[in-house]
Design a protein around this ligand. Structure first.
Ligand code: NAD
Length: 475
């Protein structure tokens, strides 16, 4: 049984309590994780606050912070196989995806390393001749970062990178479902040479998360997870009036017009929904397809979905692995049963795979006769695609926007003017045209409505970790 440790104030500790972590591919306990108590959370926040005001960190130049982030990026690249293996083992995310994503994690840290000394203030041309007025951009303070189980290394990197580039310090709470990659990340971070307490990594469930996000010394909460948890966090942070950035779920429309390149659209839809076994906030979980091509598109999609290789997450040949938890697998069953009872037609999948572990196959539901079906309206973190057809552009827009989420969207068409009209009309933080799921450290990422607020990636993310100080100087 492997033991993992939490990381507080630059020291590794077992924690006062521990919990078991299950291997989603077998359902068996494989590791022991430290569960942060309220006292541990408090020590982590105090360590982060002490570091924030320390001369080593507060007095460090921005370019020196950038150099440390660059060193971290190098260490991540050197340790990529170990990090990817641990994420696969503890969360069931397939090794193909964790190996590819860890390269991105290093890229994001490289990007924020370069950005650290480009976070600028401003000089204001005020209309008083004897005054100099300028704006200083200063770091917010202690950031509480809370992440879910899926893509933990990535979702943490997009918080830690810009926060440290801006000069903040961080307490990261890894998900209780699969924290191993983040606890290992702490070991790598420790070698990069940052002052003690700049990053602290703990884990535990909702109670630990609530203790952290309501801590009076926390200036900002950077959260990725579900909308219900986000509501708790906002209520908790109200006590301190801490700011929040919330990256929540989605019910992203994947819109295909009959003039689209169908091969490319089918391939993008397959990976758009079934990658990460559907446990992705940007999953294109609603196929909105023009009625003239619906039959052909569904036939092609069914063939591809049934050909997907389901297997062990640590096998490079596997394309769809297990869900992260038994609870998710059981939710998938419930959702399908309810949606079929509501009138949705099962095109493929829908029944648990006959093997040990939390497997569930790629599933497609035709919801044309059940437009209120739960699978079409509720966010669900699994490999379930719901399909509806449309007659014309106006109906495509109406269906696409018929959700309180607003994270991502996909649009497949060859018509340029329609593309521009659709981009304007779609209510989502991201519109991917003739592609899906593309990401880059340079491009901001985030949504509106129930998908949250704030941006990760790009310069916007770094600015979210800063506050403005106006300075007036009489000359
Ligand atoms: P969740 O909201 O249940 O948990 C997320 C994290 O919040 C976990 O670390 C959990 O321990 C913590 N938490 C739970 N209750 C808390 C509380 N009261 N106070 C503070 N922290 C608390 O989410 P989940 O089910 O683990 O993850 C899936 C959700 O995450 C989905 O809704 C998905 O769409 C979303 N997600 C969004 C993005 C994005 O970038 N927009 C990316 C990935 C996942």
């Amino acid at each position: 049984m492997q033991q993992f440790q939490q990381y507080i104030g630059g020291a590794f500790e077992d924690g006062t309590a521990q919990f078991d972590s299950l291997d989603p591919a077998t359902g068996q306990v494989w590791a022991n994780m430290p569960e942060a108590s309220a006292e541990d959370v408090n020590r982590a926040v105090v360590a982060a606050e002490t570091a924030f005001f320390s001369s080593e960190w507060a007095g460090m130049t921005a370019s020196a912070r950038g150099k440390l982030l660059l060193r971290l990026a190098e260490l991540i690249a050197e340790n990529a196989p170990r990090l990817a293996e641990l994420e696969t083992r503890d969360t069931g995310k397939i090794i193909r995806e964790t190996s590819a994503q860890i390269a991105y994690v290093a890229e994001y840290f490289r990007y924020y390393a370069g950005l650290a000394d480009k976070i600028e203030g401003a000089h204001l041309p005020i209309d008083k001749p004897d005054m100099e007025v300028w704006l200083r951009r200063e770091p917010l303070g202690v950031v509480a970062a809370v992440v879910p189980w899926n893509s933990q290394l990535f979702l943490s990197a997009v918080k830690i990178g810009p926060a440290l580039a801006a000069g903040c310090t961080v307490v990261l709470k890894a998900s209780e479902d699969g924290p191993a990659p983040m606890l290992e990340f702490a070991r790598i971070f420790d070698q990069a040479g940052f002052p003690k307490g700049v990053l602290n990594v703990i884990t535990g469930g909702p109670k630990t998360g609530a203790t952290l996000t309501s801590h009076p010394k926390v200036a900002h909460v950077a959260f990725t997870g579900g909308p219900e948890t986000a509501r708790h966090i906002v209520r908790n942070s109200a006590e301190n009036l801490a700011s929040t950035s919330l990256e929540l779920g989605g019910k992203s429309p994947f819109i295909v017009f009959d003039d689209a390149d169908l091969d490319s659209a089918v391939n993008a839809q397959v990976s758009g929904i079934f990658a990460a076994t559907g446990q992705s906030c940007v999953a294109g979980s609603r196929l909105v397809v023009q009625d003239t091509i619906k039959e052909e598109f569904l036939a092609r999609l069914k063939e591809k979905a049934e050909a997907v290789v389901i297997g062990a997450p640590d096998d490079m040949a596997t394309e769809v692995g297990p869900l992260c938890t038994r609870k998710q697998r059981d939710h998938a069953m419930d959702l399908i049963e309810r949606s079929v009872a509501q009138g949705a037609k099962l095109i493929t999948g829908g029944h648990p795979v006959d093997r040990t572990g939390f497997y569930f196959p790629p599933t497609i539901l035709d919801c044309d006769d059940a437009r209120d079906a739960d699978s079409l309206t509720n966010e669900f973190f699994g490999p379930v695609l719901s399909v509806v057809s449309f007659k014309d552009e106006a109906e495509a827009i109406e269906i696409a926007n018929n959700t309180r989420f607003g994270l991502a969207s996909g649009l497949f068409t060859q018509n340029l003017t329609r593309t521009h009209r659709m981009i304007r009309a779609i209510r989502a933080g991201i519109v991917w045209v003739n592609t899906y799921r593309a990401v880059s450290p340079i491009a901001p990422f985030g949504g509106h409505g129930l998908s949250g607020h704030g941006r990760e990636g790009g310069i916007e993310a770094a600015l979210e970790y800063t506050k403005i100080k106006s300075v007036w100087l009489r000359t």
